[in-house]
Write a protein that binds this ligand. Structure first.
Ligand code: ADP
Length: 487
């Protein structure tokens, strides 16, 4: 039997310990999909103060040491707290100076030192544990100094032999700060602060840029986004850098953990269901959702759901622009999210203007999210850009039709409805234009109200669609194999 591959994941968040968005889901689901006969997987995470006590209680102390960081070589404590869950080993990096602030992200000025420390400590921990990975799979800018440290400060240590993969979950966040700030905290060599690597402009350095230059492979979370980020419109200033490194860049679409998101076993629903009984059961979940949120209880109304960070990325200005046109006496809207005040306030306003028909639940609420995915009929994801997007996948798994803009992973995962052919998963539009979103919503309403059998077929089709990690995990395995041929 071939030797198991050893994969180390390094990232700043991971469900169920800490999650602010899709990165947290992927850090949870992909290791679980990989672990088993082919791979051993360790996930390295910061031990943030906000990680629930019930997990902290289960952690085992694996050791500690001092590590130097910064240009001056100041030393910092590195503790290792370990937890195993379903075959995946989680190693939490313990350091109160960096991780005792509460939330994972506390502002770039502090986050830069925090994630310099985290990236370097991750490699030091692997050496300390004498667990030498074949692949170090780094996620987003917070872990993007790992490839640089690996090829410089750690090149002649055991971990220096590993190959690195850097996955871009969202290019908007890059870890940019003044050159002296990053030079000081990272302690990396001066020549790495030249234009091909970390230098961003005359005054600033960019951690993601450096990681992209130094990683053995770069992936992003859909094929379309892998193409888009090589253009000026989506490249967030890194398009030329990504075009230059494009031979090492590819897209692998995310899946979802179909155990975590399973309407047939989901205890947070009013009634569990599968594709066969979805149409009836979803009505019960709709009534439960309406009851919970104080909306008029009526199973015949079409409920549009939206679960999202409330930021510009998510296309909420389009939703705002057409809100009054979207609402009618047969339509209800449920928004769950937190974020920019202007969106929070706009949705609060619409809740008061359309009492009983609109609920703006301005909060982060994992439990309510489940009921929305089950109780809504359609689900809005009109993003300006969307590297992959998980909410449309979860919505489909719960038999809810996504209404999406054709960008990034939304384009790759939602096929437009074609009634005559009995095809498609939802309703799509291309240009970033409010009237096109309105057309898509109206098209969804037409099918929902006037062609219910075609709608119900789509519900079943969506629930049967493979949105699991299986085929994507295979693609990651193939990529790892290219980097480390198996003996
Ligand atoms: P992003 O990573 O850009 O935020 P994704 O679609 O990739 O977007 O992932 C979002 C994840 O976060 C989904 O699991 C979604 O259900 C969850 N989520 C987003 N906002 C909320 C919220 N307010 N309450 C509960 N879950 C949320």
């Amino acid at each position: 039997m071939a030797k198991k591959r050893k994969i180390a994941f390094v990232g700043s968040e991971c469900y169920p310990f800490v999650k602010t968005g899709g990165l947290g889901d992927v850090m949870y689901a992909l290791p679980r999909a990989l672990v088993g006969e082919e791979c051993e997987v360790r996930v390295i995470l910061p031990l943030y103060a906000c990680i629930p006590q019930k997990y902290k209680e289960k952690m085992v102390h694996k050791g500690s040491f001092m590590m130097d960081l910064t240009l001056e070589g100041r030393t910092f404590f590195v503790g290792i707290m370990e937890l195993e869950m379903d075959g995946v080993i989680y190693d939490f990096v313990e350091n109160k100076e960096f991780f005792d602030w509460g939330n994972p992200y506390t502002g770039l000025w502090e986050d830069i030192p925090k994630y310099c420390y985290f990236s370097k400590a991750s490699l030091a921990i692997l050496n300390y544990l004498q667990w030498t990975p074949d692949i170090i799979h780094c996620h987003d800018w917070q872990a993007s100094l790992v490839p640089l440290y690996k090829r410089t400060k750690f090149w002649d240590t055991p971990v220096g032999a590993a190959k690195t993969v850097l996955t871009i979950h969202n290019l908007r966040f890059q870890g940019i700060c003044s050159i002296p700030h990053l030079k000081y905290w990272s302690g990396l060599r001066d020549d790495l602060f030249d234009y091909p690597v970390l230098k961003w402009n005359e005054d600033e350095a960019n951690m993601f840029k450096g990681g992209i230059a130094f990683a053995d492979r770069i992936t992003t979370v859909s094929e379309t986004y892998a193409q888009e980020i090589q253009t000026a419109a989506y490249g967030e200033g890194l398009d030329a850098h990504l075009r230059y490194h494009s031979p090492r860049l590819s897209g692998i679409v995310n899946g979802i953990d179909v155990g975590q998101w399973d309407p047939n076993t989901d205890k947070l629903l009013a009634e569990q269901y599968d594709a066969e009984n979805a149409v009836e059961s979803k009505k019960k979940n709709k009534i439960a959702l309406q009851e919970r949120l104080g909306l008029d209880q009526d199973e015949n109304k079409m409920v549009l759901g939206l679960v999202s960070r409330l930021t510009d990325q998510k296309g909420l200005d389009l939703v705002n622009a057409i809100f009054p046109q979207m609402m009618d006496s047969n339509t209800q809207m449920v928004v769950l999210g937190t974020g920019d005040a202007r969106y929070e306030n706009a949705f609060r306003y619409y809740e008061s203007a359309y009492k009983g028909s609109v609920c703006a639940y301005i909060s982060y609420d994992e439990k309510l999210a489940h009921l929305i995915y089950a109780g809504a009929d359609a689900f809005l994801v009109p993003s300006l850009f969307e590297p992959c997007g998980l909410t449309q996948l979860i919505a489909m798994r719960y038999g809810t039709a996504p209404i999406v803009r054709e960008t990034g992973g939304l384009k790759d995962t939602v096929l437009p409805f074609r009634g005559e052919q009995g095809e498609g998963n939802g309703f799509t539009f291309d240009r970033y234009d409010a009237s096109l979103l309105l057309n898509a919503v109206n098209e969804a309403k037409n099918v929902y109200f006037d062609d219910r059998s075609a709608w119900d077929e789509m519900v079943k089709r969506n629930m049967r669609k493979d949105v699991s990690w299986v085929s994507s995990a295979d693609k990651y395995l193939a990529l790892y194999d290219e980097l480390i041929p198996r003996q």
